[in-house]
Design a protein around this ligand. Structure first.
Ligand SMILES: Cc1cc2nc3c(=O)[nH]c(=O)nc-3n(C[C@H](O)[C@H](O)[C@H](O)COP(=O)(O)OP(=O)(O)OC[C@H]3O[C@@H](n4cnc5c(N)ncnc54)[C@H](O)[C@@H]3O)c2cc1C
Length: 436
């Protein structure tokens, strides 16, 4: 059982989609990459819905064949029930050739990590980074939990990618992580059901066994304390609540599970989908205090990507996409900096700028939150001009399916994209009812 080395070119903290993808890209370029991951994969993880343009990133890392071979559930689109209106989006209407997916994240993340290893990254699982000392040569302190008592040591690297997810190790250490202001503070509870029915792309309910032949949608409905997702996976269905934090303060243990199950049993449409289903005992998990941003995500030889660089309400499945995007940008910037160290600062600035654009766009889209909580109006506008047409169309259509995004639409108008927004109301189609 050998521990991490003493030196490397690039150290990556965390092996979620962000860390594994950055590691794969940099290792493919021939750099000496070390990944330190606290957990042992496959490890539990929430966040199962992926939008169709994620493939372009896995094409670049080379992970696509492994994902295709796994046979995850391909989904048709999304249906929302929000303030009495039912909207449907189908990805086929936007011309995406490749499917969006519902993935078991433990399996998905494991695939990405093994792919990074095949690309040449040296991976150490069950090794926690306990401290980071920035500098010309960055020093990480680690604890290897495979040994009893845990072995400890230091790793020195020229570049560091912090992909530690919600831990945001570097941002916390440097005092740069800011929780969003109220009313944009949320928490989440989620669990798994067996044998739930699901909704197809036409708005009809289907039995769980039909999942092998019929593509489901991600179903989302608003309720008095927040919103609920219903995501059919290969063996079970993920159901989760995203809740305004003030509404459920102090709800723990059995009370939390009672609140979760009662909410599911009350919500229109969801209760019918879950009528034949069994809750998987022990599957309830939660995440507190989400919605935060990081003031500085890249500088010199330090990069914070994925959730380590900010987190937005996951309603439009931007989390994994953000992780992939950040991995690509950081890998490009680090590669160019290693080749031409004199331009290191410039590469980091460009990367930080693009990451802030993406974050601002996601936040404006998901919450209609513009002008606060790390969102910069100009950055959102600039980002929208650089997004490929089909992806932008999908995002604009998505902004019509909840009542969160009035500000976002004003922003679209201010960007001169009104005509595009107008046409899109067809693609975010109003349904008279669901056939459940
Ligand atoms: C309730 C909820 C629902 C969501 N739904 C969706 C969805 O449907 N679609 C979507 O795209 N996104 C969704 N997301 C967001 C998505 O889960 C995240 O954005 C995504 O996992 C971020 O990837 P990452 O690689 O940055 O971090 P993570 O996937 O969190 O990976 C971070 C890794 O770092 C490791 N780590 C942490 N600290 C240390 C340390 N000190 N030392 C070593 N290793 C460490 C962790 O063990 C972990 O493996 C959701 C999030 C939540 C909370």
């Amino acid at each position: 059982m050998s521990g991490p080395p003493r030196h490397c070119d690039i150290a990556v903290i965390g092996a979620g989609p962000a860390g594994s993808s950055a590691a794969a890209l940099l290792a493919r370029d021939g750099f000496d990459v070390v990944v330190l991951e606290r957990a042992r994969h496959p490890r539990p993880m929430v966040g199962e819905s992926l939008i169709p343009h994620f493939w372009k990133y896995t094409d670049l890392t080379g992970a696509t064949p492994a994902i295709e071979a796994e046979g995850f559930v391909a989904k048709a689109g999304g249906i929302t029930v929000w303030e009495g209106e039912i909207h449907r989006i189908r990805f086929a209407d936007f011309g995406f050739e490749r499917p969006a997916l519902h993935v078991e994240r433990d399996v998905f993340d494991h695939l990405l990590l093994r792919h990074a290893e095949r690309c040449g990254a040296r991976v150490f699982e069950q090794v926690t980074v306990t401290d980071v000392a920035p500098g010309e040569e960055i020093r990480l302190r680690w604890a290897d939990r495979r040994a009893n008592p845990p072995a400890q040591g230091f790793l020195r690297c020229r570049y560091l990618v912090d992909a530690s997810g919600a831990s945001s190790l570097v941002a916390r250490r440097l005092g740069r992580r800011h929780l969003a202001r109220s009313p944009h503070q949320f928490l989440s509870f989620w669990g798994y059901f067996e044998n739930s029915r699901f909704i197809d792309g036409e708005g009809r309910a289907r039995d769980f066994e039909e999942l092998k032949a019929v593509r489901p949608v991600t179903f989302v409905c608003a309720y008095e304390d927040g919103w609920i997702w219903h995501i059919p996976l290969r063996r079970s269905t993920s159901v989760g609540l995203v809740i305004y934090r003030d509404r459920v303060r102090g709800l723990e243990g059995a009370a939390r599970q009672r609140y979760f199950l009662e909410t599911c049993a009350r919500a229109p449409y969801l209760r019918e989908l879950l009528a034949p289903a069994r809750f998987v005992e022990g599957s309830l998990s939660g995440r507190p205090d989400f919605s935060y941003h990081v003031a500085q995500v890249a500088e010199d030889n330090l990069y914070c990507i994925g959730d380590a660089g900010g987190f937005v309400d996951p309603i439009f499945s931007h989390g994994v996409l953000n992780a992939f995007y950040g991995a690509l940008l950081a890998a490009l910037a680090i590669r160019e900096s290693l080749r031409d160290p004199a331009r290191r600062q410039r590469h980091a600035q460009l990367c930080a700028h693009r990451l802030h654009q993406f974050y601002s766009f996601s936040r404006a889209l998901a919450l209609g939150d513009v002008g606060g909580n790390g969102v910069d109006f100009e950055l959102v506008k600039r980002f929208m001009r650089s997004v490929p047409q089909r992806e932008l169309e999908l995002m604009l259509a998505v902004s019509h399916i909840t009542h969160r995004t009035r500000h976002f639409r004003r922003l679209i108008e201010a960007s001169g994209l009104t005509a595009l927004g107008g046409r899109l109301e067809d693609k975010a189609r109003l349904l008279p009812r669901l056939w459940i």
